[in-house]
Design a protein. Structure first.
Lengths: 229, 229
DNA sequence: GTTCGTTGTTCCGACATAGATACAACGACT
DNA sequence: AGTCGTTGTATCTATGTCGGAACAACGAAC
């Protein structure tokens, strides 16, 4: 999980976070609540109380048994495994959200149809999903995830315009950060902040991208979010 | 913010969450820490202590003044406004993450290049971003956001294959949930869980989608995440 | 029967969080 | 000078969180 962001699953007043996940994982690994607590440098007392709280909200998580060849023990339920998988996916998503450069563009809502709105920005008109607060003339911030942006050569760009399901900005490559398999491309599209696209190295090579080139960036309306400021 | 998910910004040991955002907003609106605390049904004492903690981690957030025509008052700094905007965007992203149906497909890593890997799934081979834990033969869960999926008529589908920057699954429409401007399309692509795509109503109409139709779903490699299980 | 190592349960103390209270200080206004 | 309504500061109490300690209970192994 990214150091600057923290996510938790919530059920009623109870939340499930990193420490809880660590506890469940330590139990799965050691087969004992006592050993898990000890490994995590926490009290068994607290671990038991915490499990009680979590189980009241999320269902049975740990099956505990006393006596037997190993003195007793504990193991995770399927519910616990599901919960951990859910938490992992949330973390990956939030981590992706935090890490994926996100371009924020100021704009004004000019039209609204259900959950979609047209937003006028310095780079042109954008279609985006909006929350219930956004009405015509609302000032909004449009967030465009770098991993949602597809790059095209100007000649190959998909048809655009206000009626298209796909937004498109024409821009100039101002930066290229090429890694092993993934590259970050920075574009000047006329907005205060540059638009960043996270694409594969193959896309960069296929398009023969270099600083100074003209490209068209496209991104889905339903992957574009506008929040009121 | 979605009821099942909670997100916070973190700096060191200090986190900034919903309650903190509410406090800053109430201060901005009333122009006073006392009034804000009162409105939120909290103690002024606590509000002040909390502000102190937040400011130690995030920088100066509130400018306070005593005396004057209104007896004194407080206003937010630019830093506070930036922090709130950042928090709002995180919430919108997390909310989008939680709300956007996300299809999870089991798979096995067959090849890895830097941050990208090939994953064999029941629907075919997928390219996805992976975390550092994922090695060849690792079992992974591939998450595909509904808002990252583009639908195409079979004839118009982009070129596919293991070398393409774009993943593609061929499937059959099994469900259509059409709203005012946004639609959710469910596809049987051969995996245990159906693939869900969040698209505009216009896309549905342009493709003349109906249950039983064959379509091709495509989604970017860099927008596809695989987490180890 | 005894030992072992876990769980089940209860109780206690330390520290953190949160609210309540009170007085001093400030600057505009009367 | 007095009033107003905020802030600055300090102190106190109640509740929640967390860790620690202790004993009983369990079932396999010896």
């Amino acid at each position: 999980m990214d150091a600057g962001v923290e996510a938790r699953l919530r059920a009623g007043d109870v939340t499930f976070g990193v420490d809880d996940a660590a506890l469940l994982r330590a139990i799965a690994e050691s087969g004992s609540v006592s050993a898990a607590a000890s490994e995590l440098g926490r009290s068994r007392s607290r671990a038991l109380t915490r499990l009680e709280t979590l189980e009241s909200a999320f269902g049975s998580l740990v099956e505990r048994r006393r006596g037997g060849s190993d003195g007793g023990g504990s193991r995770l339920t399927d519910t616990a495994h599901d919960l951990l998988a859910r938490f992992d996916r949330l973390c990956a998503a939030v981590s992706g959200t935090a890490q994926a450069s996100e371009t924020v563009v100021e704009g004004t809502v000019t039209e609204r149809t259900g959950e979609l709105a047209l937003v006028e920005t310095a780079a042109g008109t954008v279609r985006a999903l909006v929350d219930e607060n956004a009405a015509v003339d609302s000032a909004v911030q449009v967030s465009i995830r770098a991993d949602a942006v597809t790059l095209h050569a100007p000649d190959d760009a998909p048809a655009g315009g206000a009626t298209s399901a796909r937004n498109r900005f024409r821009g100039t490559v101002t930066g290229l950060d090429v890694g092993t398999a993934v590259a970050s491309v920075t574009l000047d599209v006329g907005t205060a902040s540059p638009l960043v696209a996270l694409v594969t190295v193959e896309s960069v090579e296929r398009l023969a991208l270099a600083v100074g080139d003209e490209v068209v960036a496209s991104f889905k309306a339903t992957a574009t979010r506008a929040t009121t400021v």
